[in-house]
Design a binder for this molecule. Structure first.
Ligand code: SAM
Length: 205
């Protein structure tokens, strides 16, 4: 589904967004060619600690890491090259745009969101990644039963995510599901405690 155009946005801005999405579509089509089913996505991969280790553990799963900060991705890419991981790719992109720009045939098997920015102030909650519309678009791009792994050290964001998922028609929270792979991220190392949530795309009969 296309994002609605920003109300009152200048034509130059809209053209810039359209050109950026076109480049992203091309890049995602290139990296995901032949890997359309069951790819593993990490949103906000930072320096790539988690996904490099994950890709080493699961050599038969194609892994895609997204982040909006180029310098972090450059470090992630250096780790990837050092480890010689051909089935791992890092792309600079904002998550909502990336989901919109995935090739139509691609279905994700797992999505990992580890220590996302919590946007703690009430007036900034609208910037949180986990929103009902985002979850709907994500669910449309996942394999049936595909899973979301979410972890945060922000109590308010954990409760927010649990509530948005529980109320969502496309997702089922799995309170007893195991956390399938552990690798400490940069933000996890700094956290005194954290909450992990697992949810699956609802399979409709
Ligand atoms: C708090 S850091 C956590 C990094 C890493 N996951 C960790 O646990 O150490 C959040 C990361 O998400 C990235 N980010 C924030 N919003 C994003 C978005 N909408 N799409 C993709 N990446 C995003 C930031 O650039 C940052 O690297």
């Amino acid at each position: 589904m296309e994002s609605p155009p920003t109300v009152g946005a200048a034509p130059g801005f809209l053209a810039t967004v359209a050109a950026r999405k076109e480049r992203l579509r091309t890049e995602l089509a290139r990296v995901l060619e032949g890997r359309s089913q069951g790819a593993v996505l990490e949103i906000g991969c930072g320096h790539g600690h988690f996904l490099v280790r994950y890709a080493q553990e699961f050599p038969h799963r194609f892994c895609l890491g997204l982040d909006i900060v180029g310098e972090r991705l450059a470090r992630a890419e250096r780790k990837r090259v050092r480890a010689g991981l051909e089935h791992l790719c890092f792309v600079r992109a904002e998550a909502t745009e990336a989901i919109e720009c995935l090739p139509p045939q691609v279905r994700l098997g797992e999505v990992w969101v580890l220590f996302p920015d919590p946007w703690p102030k009430l007036r900034h909650h609208k910037h949180r990644l986990i929103q009902s519309t985002f979850l709907q678009r994500l669910a449309e791009r996942m394999v049936p039963g595909g899973q979301l792994y979410f972890r945060t050290d922000h109590f308010g964001y954990a409760e927010w995510t649990r509530a948005v998922l529980a109320a969502h028609p496309d997702w089922v929270v799995l309170p007893d599901a195991p956390w399938p792979f552990e690798e400490e991220t940069v933000f996890q190392r700094k956290a005194s405690s954290y909450t992990s949530l697992v949810a699956a795309v609802r399979i409709r009969g």
